[in-house]
Design a protein around this ligand. Structure first.
Ligand code: GLY
Length: 544
C-alpha cells in the first residue's frame, strides 16, 4: 500500500507536468496506465492458483505466497486447486499460507468448474494447470468458453500437440528451424521391418536409436536402443506397453505412428520458459532432472521414470547457454506458435542435449522434446531459487514479460530428492515406477526437518483425520528439498556434497518413514542417492 501511495504521487506529478506542457493525451495515458496497474494489483492477478495433485503444485503455491521480491513489492497469495489430502494438513501443521480449492474429481472438466467458480467467488484470480493431462483435456478451452481466457496460463487443445503429439511437434520444429536430432523418421509401428531398418541405420551412423510412442505417456514412452541385439526386445516391450493406447486411438484403421530418432549424446538440460500473450518470454533458472530410477544408464531394469530428483541450476548452466536456448529454441517456437494461431500465455519446457567444449561452454544445442507444462520435480528446485514467481506469472498473463526478469538466488543451489515407494507389499510389488503398495502409515519427525532446514513436500500422500496419520498413496510419496548458499571462493561440488549427505542422513536415520505392514521397524520408502553429485563431476571434468 505504501508503495501504491508513492506510485500514485509519482503519477499525479506526471499528470501535472503533462498538463502544464499542454499534453493532455500523455497525461491521460499515464493516469490510465496507473489505474490499470493498480486495479491489476488489487484485484487482477494477486491470488494465483496451481491446479494438480503433485509436489510441484504444492510447492509453487507456497513459493508464490512466501518468496519476497526486491523489485516487485506487491504480495501474492498461493492456492492449490485439488492437491492431495495430505496437503492441507501439512499447511496447517507447518503454517504454510496456502489455501485450497476442492474439485469433484481429477477430471479436467471438474477442475475447470472449480476454477471458474473460484474466480467468480473471487477466491482466486488466475490459475496455472500443472499436469499436461489438464491441457490435453481442454481446461484452457473451458475457461476460454467461460470468458476467462486471460486468467489461465497454458495452451489450448489446439496447441497442446506440441507435447501431446511428438511427430507433429517434430514437423513444427522442422518448419520453424529448431534444431532436433540429426535424423528422425515417422514410421508405422505395426511394420517391424521398417522399424528394424531405421534402427539399424541409426545404430550404424549414430550409435543408437530411440523409439518414441508419440502421444501422452507420462515421460515413459521413449525407449533407447544402443545395440542391434536389443532391437526386437525393446520394440516388443514398447508394443506391449502401448498396443492398447494405439487401439484406443486408431481402432483398427490405418497406421500406428511411431517416432524413431537417431541417438543424441551430450549433456541433457531442461529449460523452463514463461511466454506471455504477445510472445515476450523469460527463461527461468535451468535444472537437471534425474529420470532413471537408479544410478547409471537407462536399461530394462533401470527404467526412465517421471523423475526421481532434480537440481538447479544445471551444473553446466551459463548465461550464454540460456541466450542460445532463447535464440535457437524459444524465439523460433514462439514465432511458429504465432503463425499457427496457437500462441497464449504459457509455459514451455524443452528438454535439450547440449554439446560442450573443453571449458564447459556450449557449442551446440538440440531439442529432444518440448513440454508445455512444468517439470516434476525440476519445477521444485527452480522455484526455490526464485524471488518473484508471483510477479512472473502475473506478467505472463498480462503480456508484460518484457519488463519482468526472473529474480534468481544466484548464489544458491537447490536440491530436490523424491521419496518413492520401494519394493515389497502384500502382492510382492516391485515398487516405483512399477507396481506400488499403498495405504501404509507415514512417520515424520517434523521438528528434525525444521531444525535441519529441510523441506518436505507431500505428493502421493493422503491423510486420515480419524487416525491423525499421513498415509502413502504409492508412487512418488514426497520430496525432500533444500537449498545451500555457495560463498565466493567455496568449492560448489563440496558444498553440495555436504547438503546431499544431510538429506541422505535424514532418510537413512528414518526421520521420514513409510512403515511397511510386515515390518514396523522398516521403511518402505526408497530414494536415488546420487542426486546432486554432478556438481562435483562437472568440477572434476571441466575444472568449473
Ligand atoms: N521430470 C520429467 C518431466 O516432468 O517430464
Amino acid at each position: 500500500m505504501k508503495n501504491g501511495v508513492h506510485e500514485f504521487h509519482k503519477c499525479l506529478k506526471t499528470l501535472d507536468s503533462s498538463f502544464r506542457r499542454n499534453d493532455g493525451k500523455r497525461a491521460f495515458s499515464a493516469f490510465y496506465d496507473f489505474i490499470k496497474d493498480e486495479s491489476g494489483k488489487e484485484k487482477g492477478m494477486r491470488r494465483i492458483a496451481f491446479a494438480g495433485t503433485d509436489g510441484r503444485t504444492m510447492l509453487w503455491a507456497l513459493v508464490t505466497a512466501t518468496a519476497t521480491s526486491e523489485q516487485h513489492p506487491e504480495s501474492f497469495e498461493g492456492v492449490v486447486v485439488r492437491g492431495t489430502p495430505s496437503m492441507p494438513e501439512f499447511s496447517r501443521r507447518l503454517q504454510w499460507p496456502v489455501a485450497f480449492v476442492p474439485t469433484q474429481s481429477n477430471a479436467a472438466k471438474d477442475y475447470a468448474l472449480a476454477v471458474i467458480e473460484a474466480i467468480k467467488r473471487q477466491e482466486i484470480d488466475a490459475v496455472v494447470p500443472m499436469p499436461e493431462a489438464l491441457l490435453f483435456e481442454g481446461i484452457v478451452d473451458a475457461l476460454e468458453a467461460a470468458g476467462l481466457s486471460d486468467r489461465i496460463v497454458g495452451l489450448s487443445r489446439a496447441g497442446a500437440f506440441i507435447e501431446g503429439d511428438k511427430i507433429r511437434c517434430k514437423y513444427l520444429c522442422k518448419k520453424a528451424g529448431i534444431p532436433v536430432a540429426p535424423r528422425w523418421r515417422d514410421v508405422d509401428a505395426k511394420q517391424y521391418p521398417e522399424v528394424l531398418t531405421t534402427c539399424l541405420s541409426f545404430i550404424d551412423a549414430f550409435g543408437g536409436a530411440v523409439l518414441k510412442y508419440p502421444y501422452s505417456a507420462g515421460g515413459k514412452g521413449a525407449r533407447i536402443i544402443l545395440n542391434t541385439w536389443d532391437i526386437r526386445e525393446v520394440y516388443d516391450t514398447l508394443m506391449r506397453d502401448y498396443a492398447d493406447d494405439y487401439r484406443r486411438l486408431f481402432e483398427k484403421k490405418g497406421n500406428w505412428p511411431l517416432l524413431i530418432e537417431s541417438r543424441m549424446s551430450g549433456v541433457e538440460i531442461s529449460f523452463t520458459i514463461f511466454v506471455d500473450k504477445v510472445g515476450n518470454y523469460q527463461i527461468l533458472p535451468t535444472a537437471m532432472d534425474y529420470p532413471e530410477r537408479f544410478e547409471g544408464p537407462a536399461s530394462k531394469d533401470n527404467p526412465i521414470t517421471g523423475g526421481v530428483g532434480a537440481i538447479s541450476p544445471h551444473p553446466m548452466e551459463t548465461a550464454e547457454l540460456k541466450e542460445i536456448a532463447g535464440k535457437r529454441i524459444a524465439e523460433p517456437l514462439i514465432q511458429a506458435m504465432k503463425e499457427e494461431g496457437i500462441l497464449r500465455p504459457c509455459v514451455i519446457y524443452p528438454g535439450c542435449f547440449v554439446s560442450l567444449d573443453a571449458f564447459g561452454r556450449s557449442t551446440d544445442i538440440r531439442v529432444c522434446e518440448i513440454n508445455i507444462r512444468l517439470g516434476e520435480p525440476e519445477a521444485q528446485p527452480v522455484a526455490r531459487r526464485l524471488r518473484n514467481l508471483g510477479a512472473l506469472i502475473k506478467g505472463t498473463l498480462e503480456g508484460t514479460l518484457d519488463r519482468i526478469k526472473p529474480e534468481v538466488r544466484d548464489d544458491q543451489v537447490a536440491l530436490s530428492m523424491a521419496l518413492v515407494t520401494g519394493p515389497g507389499g502384500p502382492d510382492g510389488q516391485r515398487g516405483y515406477p512399477w507396481s506400488c503398495t499403498k495405504g501404509e502409515a507415514l512417520e515424520i519427525d517434523f521438528p528434525y526437518f525444521k531444525r535441519k532446514g529441510i523441506q518436505i513436500i507431500p505428493s502421493a500422500m493422503t491423510y486420515s483425520p480419524e487416525e491423525g496419520v499421513f498415509k502413502s498413496d504409492g508412487t512418488r510419496v514426497a520430496y525432500l528439498n533444500a537449498n545451500v548458499t555457495v560463498k565466493p571462493g567455496e568449492d560448489r561440488g563440496q558444498v553440495v556434497e555436504r547438503l546431499r549427505n544431510k538429506l541422505l542422513a535424514a532418510f537413512d536415520n528414518g526421520k521420514i518413514r513409510v512403515i511397511p505392514r510386515e515390518n514396523p521397524q522398516g521403511n518402505r520408502l526408497d530414494m536415488r542417492r546420487d542426486v546432486g553429485t554432478h556438481y562435483a563431476k562437472a568440477a572434476e571434468i571441466f575444472h568449473l
